[in-house]
Write a protein that binds this ligand. Structure first.
Ligand code: HEM
Ligand code: ISQ
Length: 147
């Protein structure tokens, strides 16, 4: 169904909780991804030295993924669809790095678990479903650009 104002508010609020302790949550995010997909370590230039949460690149890249997902929620609410800036080049980067569909699921599960940890007792299914819907729409746009 349509992405609601309430869902947008849930994503916006928990995005703030994520950003409030970015180094920590970025570390959780990468650790979860590497647990499920150890080979991803070799794909990210900034993970060469492991998950070092003092590495500003590591933080910036993790923040970008959550920021784009939050932006997807805003777009879904406003327009009912997600348009990604620079989609062709973003698609090309992912193809070059060897990203496949299964990786999107690994990143999704890590993102949802990270948001769960960031929101603590404010977490619930409705909040999780809102992030999932935004991430799925964003992923679909990136995958389309990859094909
Ligand atoms: C690069 C976003 C999914 C692996 C990038 C870039 C963006 C981005 C914006 C280029 C700029 C930057 O690195 O910050 C996203 C979003 C995703 C997604 C929004 C999902 C909705 C994935 C997945 C993988 C992946 C599933 C594979 C595990 C990479 C790699 C790079 C990259 C390896 C190059 C990083 C480097 O410079 O070393 N992604 N991505 N991405 N992405 Fe993604
Ligand atoms: C996917 N694409 C770009 C950057 C990322 C950082 C962390 C996890 C996944 C990512």
């Amino acid at each position: 169904g349509a992405f609601t104002e309430k869902q947008e508010a849930l994503v916006n609020g928990s995005w703030e909780a994520f950003k409030a302790n970015l180094p920590y949550h970025a570390g959780v995010f990468y650790t979860l991804i590497l647990e499920k997909a150890p080979a991803a370590k070799g794909m990210f230039s900034f993970l060469a030295d492991g998950v070092d949460t003092n590495n500003p690149k590591l933080k910036a890249h993790a923040e970008k993924v959550f920021e784009l997902t939050r932006d997807a929620a805003v777009q879904l609410r406003a327009n009912g669809e997600v348009v990604v800036a620079n989609a062709p080049s973003l698609g090309a980067v992912h193809v070059e790095k060897g990203v496949v569909d299964a990786h999107f699921l690994v990143v999704k599960e890590a993102l949802l678990k990270t948001i769960k940890e960031a929101t603590g007792d404010k977490w619930n299914d409705e909040l999780s479903n809102a992030w999932e819907a935004a991430y799925d729409a964003l992923s679909a746009a990136i995958k389309k650009a990859m094909s």
